[in-house]
Design a protein around this ligand. Structure first.
Ligand code: ZN
Ligand code: ZN
Ligand code: ZN
Length: 213
């Protein structure tokens, strides 16, 4: 086993939520047996310790079960050239990584990516009454706009598109005419699919009906 003299920790701060990488070196333990890892926000997010020359430990407040966990590693494991996944001792959820920089960085990037996707997805699904229909309606609208079918009675084609939970709102930037398009049901979608042109009525608020065609 190749023994490195440094390692990288990827750990999400339980206080501010930042996932930061911290480099530690075997020399950080010279003359002391405790090493506090601070987040950029100042919070001590994890503590490393050395209980003897052959044993290290990590102590952290677990964001999953909200208790404090302590994990022991032998000196060999601690500095080994492979990634250690640090978990919740209660349910096994992965909380962070310790190991060679490249591997830890890659895992941290993946996790950030995944988290971002999940949040986007949740926000999207939470916001709309029927997210699938909303997406399809947007798609249709995009096709209509591409074929220059999105216009206003006033002659402008400078149209704003706003998404609301149950409808899409088209606003003419010149005359402030508004057309609302329901985006909730299959019928809404079927109706839009038959339409080649949407004409916003000048200066008034209306719903998408035969009159707008
Ligand atoms: Zn922080
Ligand atoms: Zn836990
Ligand atoms: Zn207009």
């Amino acid at each position: 086993m190749l023994l490195q003299c440094n390692a990288t920790l990827a750990w999400r701060c339980p206080l501010c939520g930042e996932l930061e990488l911290n480099q530690i070196s075997i020399f950080d333990f010279s003359g002391k047996n405790r090493l506090e890892i601070k987040c950029g926000c100042g919070y001590t997010k994890l503590v490393f310790g050395k209980s003897s020359s052959k044993k290290y430990w990590l102590e952290y407040i677990c964001v999953v079960c909200e208790s404090t966990h302590r994990v022991s590693l032998t000196q060999g494991e601690f500095w080994a050239n492979r990634v250690k996944k640090i978990k919740c001792l209660d349910n096994g959820a992965e909380l962070g990584y310790l190991g060679p920089y490249d591997d830890v960085k890659r895992l941290a990037d993946q996790e950030e990516e995944y988290l971002k996707l999940m949040i986007d997805k949740l926000e999207f699904e939470d916001y709309f009454n029927n997210p699938e229909i909303m997406l399809s309606v947007l798609n249709e609208l995009h096709d209509i706009a591409e074929a220059n079918g999105l216009v206003c009675q006033c002659g402008s084609s400078d149209i704003d598109i706003d998404m609301l939970p149950r409808e899409i709102r088209l606003t003419c930037n010149r005359c402030h005419g508004v057309t609302r398009i329901s985006a909730e049901t299959k019928e809404d979608l079927a109706f839009l699919r038959k339409i080649k042109q949407i004409k916003i009525l000048e200066g008034v608020v209306s719903a998408l009906e035969g009159i707008n065609l």
